[in-house]
Design a protein around this ligand. Structure first.
Ligand SMILES: C[S@@+](CC[C@H](N)C(=O)[O-])C[C@H]1O[C@@H](n2cnc3c(N)ncnc32)[C@H](O)[C@@H]1O
Length: 185
């Protein structure tokens, strides 16, 4: 992680703790960084970018040559995120695409070995399905807010835990959970 990216995350941490903005945050961020260091994905997709917190955290943790494509439906937020990503020195490896992920994801090309799902909770399974055929063996799929929105993500959890294609486990942070699924080899 570069100094510029860390500086940007610390700045955002201060802002979100004062304003309760729904970013992935420090605690889940630490787990995410550990997972990224372990799996070293090279081609990532993020669904739901807000102003770029998780994009900077993930983009800054990818190995050399890694790329992250972020999909954000709100044009203002997408622009804001792109500026923050640039400011964090990650403009070369993190790209923000504006649009509804349900329309954008099927148009993206190439294999994917990291997927972060953090947009409309009822659509988690549809986001995953839109990328699923392009997930490599060993790919890491992370779904945020699966504790707070347990009912909305029920179908998603049943899919990753029950269809045999993933090794899936829940990280419980007390007030919320994050589901981490790895595509079986
Ligand atoms: C919880 S925030 C994302 C937080 C971000 N991942 C972070 O941790 O910094 C959810 C974002 O998803 C976006 N969103 C919701 N539905 C979407 C969709 N169908 N396609 C793309 N973005 C969507 C919202 O505009 C919002 O910015």
């Amino acid at each position: 992680m570069t100094k510029a990216a860390l500086r940007m995350l610390r700045l955002m941490d201060r802002a979100v703790s004062a304003w309760h903005i729904p970013v992935i945050g420090k605690e889940k961020g630490r787990v995410l960084r550990r997972l990224l260091a372990r799996y070293e994905p090279r081609r990532g997709v993020e669904v739901g970018t807000l102003f770029g917190y998780s994009a900077i955290l993930v983009g800054g943790s990818l190995p050399r040559g890694g790329r992250l494509t972020c999909v954000e439906q709100n044009a203002y937020l997408a622009k804001f995120a792109a500026r923050n990503i640039e400011e964090a020195g990650l403009g070369g490896r993190v790209k923000v695409v504006v649009g509804d992920a349900l329309r954008v994801l099927p148009m993206l090309r190439g294999p994917v070995d990291f997927l972060l799902i953090d947009a409309r909770k009822e659509d988690y399974l549809d986001y995953l399905r839109a990328v699923e055929l392009r997930l490599r063996k060993g790919a890491l799929v992370v779904a945020d807010n699966t504790g707070v929105f347990r009912r909305e993500v029920k179908g998603y959890l049943a899919h990753v835990r029950g269809n045999g294609r993933y090794e899936s486990r829940e990280y419980d942070f007390g007030t919320d959970c994050m589901e981490v699924s790895v595509v079986r080899g």
